[in-house]
Design a protein around this ligand. Sequence first.
Ligand code: FE
Ligand code: FE
Ligand code: MG
Length: 177
Amino acid sequence: MAGSFSIDVTEIRDRARRKMADGPVTEGYRRSTREVIGVLNDVLATEIVCWMRYSRHAISATGIDRAQVAAEFTEHADEERDHAMRAAERISQLGGDPDFDPKTIAERAHTTYETFDDNDLKGMLQENLVAERIVIESYQEIIRWLGDGDVTTRRLMEHILAEEEEHADDLMDLLGN
Ligand code: FE
Ligand code: FE
Ligand code: MG
């Protein structure tokens, strides 16, 4: 049988007032904010690289299916930029500074920026599928690590993960699989 719910409201009220400067981060936060901010800054770098790669591919795509593929790449680029901004906003809520420094973005990102000399559509689609599969697996790890220690960041990462899975599925459709 589950225990009944009970909380010490007097103590919670007292802590809320004493640690007001921590903003939304309370005693109930069960992760190190420094570590979560670090993880989110790597997610931010990853999303920026994905945004750049899709944008470059959308512009450079050539060939018979160009219009359809470029439209999908543009849509994905917009969504990767949204993911980057959501990660940045969460970093700020946790009391950190989002790191947009171009000098370190490539080394912090989980994915890479690949282009194609002949701008072949199939090569681009495959490369983007690989990148989506990398983020899907690394974000799953982040979600498992967060557990119930930071539910808001976990939910954000779950939302992003679901969109990455849609991206991978869209690419599979375009590859004709
Ligand atoms: Fe993304
Ligand atoms: Fe994606
Ligand atoms: Mg799509």
